[in-house]
Design a protein around this ligand. Structure first.
Ligand code: PGA
Ligand code: ZN
Length: 433
């Protein structure tokens, strides 16, 4: 291994998949190795996430990142020069200290994460290994089961449907490559069926079809039809995964479903979703209730947690403590892992470990605002997460991650183990009252 001390850090403004500014960092090591990473950005963000620092004001709708870029170039860069890029914990500890706030509001999670990830890339390059094996060693062989969006909704598609992500999973596929083959057929078939029915308006933020449905259940019906028409057995070969993103339409225990024209209490929300689980081939449901409705999450988990994976995104915000709190009460059985919800790789890994130690499944996830950066594909394998969520099956900021996973699966060759359905989160059956 060459000299892995950090020689130079440089950030610049680049552009994301929504045409908004974001932060890219380069980390150069003394031995000549270079790493580069770009911070993603959410739209349906949880209020307990680390802060994505934006300039505000007029330019680019207030989304400019000149302050975050400057924070890297004038503060972070200088403070980490000379540190060893292979000591990710010490580096991230330094970033956390430099910021000094609980939610990274001073320097910005976007500024810190781009440096944290770029340093990992540089260290991997110095060791002449792909990032996933640098992170996970020879044990990093589990290829994740993907969750792939077919229709977008919620904050990603003008709130045309209330539910944010209608996705599929292919638990019976025997490889990642085959899961993508199957997804391609379902995605194409869904688009065709929707166009024929006059229900297709374009593509949403994450590349899924932008639907025009009359009810939320119509979306589920269409998804089942698309799976069948593409030639697969629903639930067995190809199942449904939903991200309800309920924080977007639920507050103080009241859930307003605009498309269905209904207002539900937490109890009614749990009942409606449990009904969907019994009537549709659903394998996974994310954020079934709003971010602070832990009692609702617990109730939903008691109702259907033994049948379906229940994922916390806005509910857990990739925070080890929030995952442990939920696990103590048996709320959910899977954690979504988004690096920019915390701002450093070390804290993200902590949340992933807290989930694993609690017996929870893990899904490494992209954001709705993405770029060509493929770091998360490597994290999902290097950290043995088992599942990966990137958005849909179109647009290159999404396909870059899927394609990278094809390469990783190929590089691993005979050592690759495709996770299939074995990694889906399930809770112990609720005790009989
Ligand atoms: P976001 O959406 O990146 O806009 O938060 C993704 C998700 O909710 O999982
Ligand atoms: Zn989500």
């Amino acid at each position: 291994m060459t000299d892995t001390r950090i020689a130079f850090v440089h950030a610049r403004r680049v552009w994301d998949s929504r045409g908004r500014p974001t932060v890219e960092a380069d980390v150069l090591l003394e031995g000549g190795a270079v790493g580069r990473a770009i911070a993603p950005a959410g739209a349906s963000t949880g209020s307990h996430e680390a802060i994505d620092l934006r300039d505000g004001g007029e330019a680019f709708g207030g989304y400019d990142v000149t302050r975050a870029v400057r924070n890297v170039n004038e503060i972070v860069g200088r403070a980490v020069v000379g540190m060893d890029a292979t000591d990710q914990e010490a580096l991230d500890e330094r970033l956390i200290e430099l910021d000094g706030t609980r939610n990274k509001s001073k320097l910005g999670a976007n500024a810190l994460l781009s440096v944290s990830m770029a340093a990992a890339h540089a260290a991997a390059a110095a060791s002449a290994q792909p990032l996933f094996s640098y992170l996970g060693g020879s044990g990093a062989t589990l290829i994740p089961l993907p969750q792939i969006q077919i229709f977008g909704g919620g904050a990603h598609a003008g709130r045309r449907v209330d539910i944010q992500d209608f996705m599929i999973m292919c638990p019976a596929a025997t490889s990642f490559a085959q899961a993508l083959d199957w997804t391609a057929e379902v995605y194409r078939t869904a688009g065709k069926l929707m166009a024929e029915a006059g229900q297709l308006a374009g593509v949403a933020d994450e590349g899924g079809w932008w639907p025009m449905f009359a009810t939320n259940e119509q979306a589920l019906d269409m998804l089942v039809r698309a799976i069948e028409r593409a030639g697969f057995r629903p639930g067995e070969q190809v199942g449904i995964a939903l991200d309800i993103a309920a924080s977007e339409f639920g507050r103080n225990g009241v859930y307003k479903l605009a498309l269905d024209g209904t207002e539900l209490s937490t109890g009614q929300m749990v009942e409606m979703l449990a009904g969907w689980v019994s009537r549709y081939p659903i394998l996974s449901i994310e954020d079934p209730v709003a971010e602070d409705d832990l009692p609702g999450l617990v109730a939903f988990t008691q109702a259907v947690g033994d049948k379906v994976q229940i994922v916390g995104d806005d509910l857990f915000v990739t925070d080890a403590d929030r995952v442990r709190d939920a696990a103590e009460q048996r709320g959910g059985n899977c954690a979504l892992i988004k690096p920019n919800q915390r701002g450093t790789l070390t804290e993200t890994l902590d949340a992933c470990r807290a989930a694993a130690e609690s017996g929870y499944a893990r899904i490494v996830s992209a954001r709705s605002g993405e770029t060509e950066d493929i770091t998360i594909a490597h994290l999902s394998v290097g950290w043995n997460a088992g599942q990966l969520k990137v958005g849909s099956f179109s647009r290159s900021e999404r396909m870059a991650k899927w394609n990278e996973m094809l390469r990783i699966e190929e590089v691993l060759g005979g050592k690759a183990r495709f996770a299939g359905g074995s990694v889906l989160g399930r809770s112990a059956p609720a005790a009989k009252a």
